[in-house]
Design a protein around this ligand. Structure first.
Ligand SMILES: [Zn+2]
Length: 406
């Protein structure tokens, strides 16, 4: 029987819904998941032999948050009075609490809940798949909010998972964690935190892999956001980036997916932490990629089905970007069904519920591709292929030599 954890509580929805970049998105997501009956534990166990457990996060304490964030950042972000004192403008700017990350009412509670929602997985981890759509804040840094992200929940979760001895397949080995990021934007903070240049001696325990859009000046600018260069002596095969061009479609994802599988096979993780940002889906206001949710080869749903049903490791599914809220709700409801081993037809009507009118005009679950041209040429994708084949071999060599020296 597959055990699935789904993280939600009234408090989590209340505070996540205040996030300035995604107002009410959390409410829409969890309402739609519920409207489809996906949180009905009885239904899951009788229909699919899946045991669903609802996990209600307990706000993380400052000690937990300090495992990654600096004291200076936490002193500010957890303090409502300081956050709303106008004269502290310079400090707020230094901590990134301006422009796209303004302080907002409820921010201290939000930070504590998001950290808890995600990091708790490590201490309760007998689930095959855990789902936390309010997490996935991959731009939040140690001492700075960035790109709509105030709390580094992905990093805190990975740090907790590294210590979770119940995850490793042998008592002699530490758990191996593969972080796969499908958001339109590069996972700068997470990749940096676990890259060998960060001085963390975890290179062989954590692998980060971000598939993202790339263009001059596109956020976030990072020296890690390039196609791997295995000829560079400083290249770290455990910090991976796959830049894709404008218009990336299901066909492009179907074409590059064997690279992801090859890396997974080489690294052989105990758990895959998958950031399922949906700002690359067609219909997002970014309008950069042309990815669909649907069942076609290479669609987001197709990729997540492979991870949940075929990878054979534990899976933690996180949210992320996604600025068309009804489409984010559609996507994450569909991915929740996949996690539960349930099948919802994409062309079925959205069930009647409080936020139903927002699903006009289609009133269905599908997020179909648009007409944008895919700029990922066959030649570019061949280069990607060749590069990742060499990367996979490097990973295997590194792991086997590490094993021999143990
Ligand atoms: Zn994004």
């Amino acid at each position: 029987m597959r055990v699935v954890y789904y993280v939600v509580s009234n408090e989590l929805v209340k505070f996540s819904s205040l996030l300035p970049s995604n107002r009410n998105r959390s409410l829409l997501v969890h309402s739609l998941v519920k409207a489809y009956g996906l949180l009905d534990t009885q239904e899951n166990s009788t229909q699919q032999r899946t045991c669903l457990e609802i996990i209600r996060p307990v706000p993380a304490d400052t000690k937990t948050l300090s495992q990654y964030h600096t004291r200076e950042y936490l002193d500010f972000v957890l303090n409502s009075k300081k956050l709303h004192t106008d004269t502290l403008y310079t400090q707020k700017a230094e901590l990134g609490l301006e422009e796209d990350c303004p302080p907002f009412a409820g921010l201290p509670a939000y930070v504590r809940l998001i950290a808890a929602a995600n990091a708790l997985y490590a201490s309760t981890g007998d689930a095959q798949i855990s789902v936390c759509w309010d997490g996935g804040r991959h731009h939040a840094q140690k001492a700075r909010a960035s790109g709509f992200c105030y709390v580094a929940d992905c990093i805190l979760a990975i740090l907790a998972l590294k210590r979770a001895t119940n995850l490793a397949r042998s008592p002699r080995t530490k758990p191996r964690i593969m972080y796969l990021d499908l958001d339109l934007h590069f996972s700068d903070a997470v990749s940096q935190a676990f890259s060998s240049s960060a001085g963390v001696s975890s290179a062989a325990q954590v692998l980060t892999f971000s598939i993202h859009h790339s263009a001059p000046g596109f956020f976030p600018v990072s020296e890690l956001a390039f196609l791997p260069d295995p000829d560079n002596l400083l290249f770290d095969p455990f910090t991976l980036s796959m830049p894709l061009q404008r218009g990336a479609s299901d066909a492009t994802f179907a074409r590059i997916w064997p690279c992801v599988e090859r890396v997974k096979q080489a690294f052989d993780p105990d758990i895959a932490v998958v950031q399922c940002g949906v700002d690359g889906l067609a219909g997002d206001p970014h309008a950069v990629w042309n990815w669909s949710l649907g069942a076609a080869d290479g669609s987001l749903g197709w990729c997540i089905k492979r991870i949940c049903n075929e990878w054979g490791c534990k899976v933690l599914l996180l949210g992320g970007g996604g600025y068309n809220s009804p489409n984010a709700a559609r996507a994450w409801a569909y991915l929740t069904a996949i996690a539960l081993g349930r099948d919802i037809p994409l062309d079925a009507d959205v069930p009647d519920h409080a936020t139903f009118p927002l699903y006009a005009p289609s009133f269905t679950l599908d997020v179909p591709a648009g007409n944008a041209q895919d700029h990922n040429s066959a030649q570019y994708l061949e280069t990607v292929d060749r590069s990742f084949e060499r990367v996979a071999i490097m990973i295997e060599e590194h792991l086997s030599s590490a094993l021999q020296t143990q």
